[in-house]
Structures are given as structure tokens and as C-alpha cells.
Design a protein around this ligand. Structure first.
Ligand code: SF4
Ligand code: SF4
Length: 93
């Protein structure tokens, strides 16, 4: 799968307010496959030493697409939504 990244700031803006932790990650379930890295167009996942890592400030950049949650076969990633009134707004569409 080719890597695809977009300039996030051109298409979304993040509203003020604390999003809370809306993505949870279980390191014990992760098999290091790297699929979360490939599908995240915001570039928020990486794999190091065989385990995925989520950018610490993901709440400021996440597009809330839930692709990482969907692609993770061993269900190491759990996705909900940011706290009400926070998160992204799409500029176009
Ligand atoms: S998709 Fe899931 S199992 Fe694969 S590296 Fe990411 S968190 Fe780990
Ligand atoms: S929800 Fe989408 S943008 Fe946010 S971390 Fe997962 S794949 Fe990346």
C-alpha cells in the first residue's frame, strides 16, 4: 500500500477544548504489523521495536477517521470520539 499524506491544516481545523483520550492502545495486543502507520493519513502512528506508538499530542491532529481502529486485526486500538465540543471540523465537504 502506498503511503498517502495530506496537509491537514488545509482541510480541517481543530476546535478549542480538551478532546480527552479518545484513542486507546493496548501494547500487549500489538503485533507490530504497521498497518496503523500505513492507513493514518495524519502520520500519527509509528512502529518501534516491534510495537506501535501513537503521537502524544494526537488529539490536536487526528482526523477522527477511525481507520487505525478498523485496520488493527488484533484489536490493539480502541477508538471513540473526542469530548463534545472539541475535535475536528472539516472545512470542505
Ligand atoms: S495495526 Fe494494530 S497490531 Fe498493527 S502495528 Fe498498529 S496497533 Fe500494532
Ligand atoms: S483516527 Fe484516523 S487520523 Fe486519527 S490516529 Fe487513527 S488513522 Fe490517524
Amino acid at each position: 500500500m502506498d503511503e498517502f499524506k495530506i496537509d491537514i491544516k488545509k482541510v480541517v481545523f481543530h476546535k478549542e477544548g480538551d478532546t480527552g483520550d479518545f484513542i486507546e492502545y493496548d501494547v500487549e495486543k500489538c503485533n507490530g504489523c504497521g498497518m496503523c502507520v500505513k492507513v493514518c493519513s495524519a502520520g500519527l502512528w509509528s512502529v518501534k521495536d516491534g510495537k506501535a506508538r501513537l503521537a502524544p499530542r494526537y488529539g490536536e491532529l487526528c482526523l477522527e477517521c477511525a481507520a487505525c481502529w478498523e485496520i488493527c486485526v488484533p484489536e490493539a486500538i480502541d477508538f471513540s470520539y473526542p469530548a463534545a465540543g472539541s475535535g475536528v471540523t472539516i472545512k470542505y465537504g
